[in-house]
Design a protein around this ligand. Sequence first.
Ligand SMILES: [Mn+2]
Length: 437
Amino acid sequence: MANQQAFLDRCLEAKEAASRMRAPLIIHHYDCDGLSSGALAASWFEEQDRKYSMRAVRKLDEALIKELVGEPEIIFVDLGSGSPFIEELKGNVIVIDHHQPQHKSHLQANPHLFGFDGGSELSAAGCAYFVFRTSVDLGIVGAVGDIQYPLRSLNRIMLEEGISQGKVSSSTDLRLFGRNSRPLKQLLLYADEPYLPGLTGQEDGCDGFLSGFGIPQKTGDKWRTYSDLSLEEKKQLVSALAQHLSSRSSPEASSRLVGEVYTLLSRPQGTELSDASEFSTLLNACGRNNRAELGVAVCLSRAGAYEESQLLLAEHRKNLRAGISFAVKNTQDFGKFLLLDARGIISDSIIGVVAGMVHPGSRLKPILALSLEEEGKIKLSTRGTRQLVEAGLNLGKILSEACAAVGGVGGGHNIAAGATIPENRLDDFLLEFASRL
Ligand SMILES: [Mn+2]
């Protein structure tokens, strides 16, 4: 069914089309995958010593298309396939995307068109890698940022190419943020992916947990990080954490505690940039705080960009923790799905990330999260599980149909999708959504 060669041929075709462009405008999405795929395309133009310009956007709507009508050359990255409006563009257009295609116009490099699932087998950054064949580490960062974990199919092929190029290595380890950079207590206190009930955000809980077994937190006056621990100590800590999580009925979280981690060997070691997952959080922090250009600058290793991103990262992680702790307490069971109404509490820029991180109780149902987008409009984010998708769930399709019925716009992937609807149509939307599950 899936035709890898045809996909790769299309990628090559897209590259040839790109190399015929004189100075394209690269339009990319503002999340982690959008920033890494945009930067990946930009890095190719720089390697070739060619001109380009860039613009990060939150969504590709009719208003934006109107602005773009006069552009002679556009490369869309991590968006475009889901926007029928782009049929109106008459210039030279290339689309490098992994969202479910809703039209056939323009040259599109998109894994969906060749039988692959763009929600789990390849992200936009991976697609951009197969087009441009450069900066493979950014391809990995985008995949991890879009929660395409563990990497399989086309993602796996990209990973193996990265390993053989000496730019990436993979190993099995604890997956908490800050393995290399945070003292043990902070590692637990600030854990958000997975969220550790009883530990995340709870200092007493962390102290109690760590003093429960004899791992010294300091060597001399230096606080120890997870990577400072001996192999034996690491095993002890991981199994205590797994036990803690399963006693708190978070089997999902405990299964995500340990897994494959990716080290980016050509980035500064010992910083967030050397770990694919930490790099992806940093990019989300930039994009979701309206500093997309800073995220791209970090990807392109511009001087001073990493340092500047640190403040944003701290702020982003604080917002995530607050969002998660709200979500854990306020998610309701609506029968066929879980509903998290976070309007006015969680910003629309992180609602999707939070929805993907909270997995209250069993995950036999998708979660639908609501936030306020702008006056009179609700931003919806919905997340499923791989098991649900394997059983036939397609949230992108459900959302685009349910939205069409209430005058909204939505779509995305089978496992994760988003939409905007008018606030006064929420009840109708919920009925439409539930009836399609
Ligand atoms: Mn994406």
